[in-house]
Design a binder for this molecule. Sequence first.
Ligand code: PMP
Length: 298
Amino acid sequence: ANYYDGNTVIYLNGQFVKAAEATMDFYSQSLHYGYSVFEGIRSYKTAAGETRIFKATEHYQRLKASAQALNMPYAYDTDELIAATYELLERNNLQDAYIRPIVYAPANMGFQVNTASFIAIEAWQMAPFLGDKLLRVMTSSFERPNPKGFKIHAKAGGHYVNSILASQEAKAKGFDEALLTDMNGHVAEGPGANMFYEKDGKLFTPALGNILPGITRATVLEICKELDIEVEEKFFTTDAVKDADSAFFCGTAAEVIGWQSLDDTIFPKAWNSTLGCRIQEAYSRLVIGLPVQEGVTA
Ligand code: PMP
């Protein structure tokens, strides 16, 4: 994949350096043990033509919370990181982009706490999705990491071995994406997105506790409030999802994307008549700085 070329710069510990020339320590505890925390953020070209990072503060606050959950020293200021990210976008001539900050550890082949951490921010072109292709989703044979063994609310590098395995399994079996359950057999989330389902005019989504508290999930809940859509956070099994009228994933990269089926059980409602479709439309307005509802001023 072409994430960068000879001109691309990344932000690295307070400086802008060429991506192709940046280095890190091969003895880093992060590389060997997955002991890192990161974020996935999007920027959009707004309706007014400006570049805007969507939910920048929320993402950098979660980065800090993730680092603290893993006992990582975190000496970075959210506002400074946001300013650096805007400069990174400008230096790379990016508007619609995916932004990937990562906090990583110094050389340490042991397990002890470090006295410092490092931060890098990369960004690359990513067009808004706005797709109407529906996903064929498969219940994974992999469970999400047990929250008694991991700080599952943190966005930690090591957790993504689980995501990679689940996603690879789904694709090897001819599906588009995986749905993972938690250690109690309840629906948790996708490898990189939260989920909602619709039943009888109401939305349901897994309660917090065993999932990543998605920023898009929170945005969807806000949109529901604004559009007067009833939504309930609770624990449920895949049987409830298979009995649903429709379902969708939401996440920074995925945005809002509908499902065609779960384990080949096809959802009965046409996507363009679902609550998910209304939310998708509202979300695509919100990210470019327009009010959730057409004709209403923000
Ligand atoms: N769950 C997992 C496991 C994820 O990796 C992501 C993507 N960060 C999400 C949910 C969605 O989170 P967000 O909406 O904050 O991108």
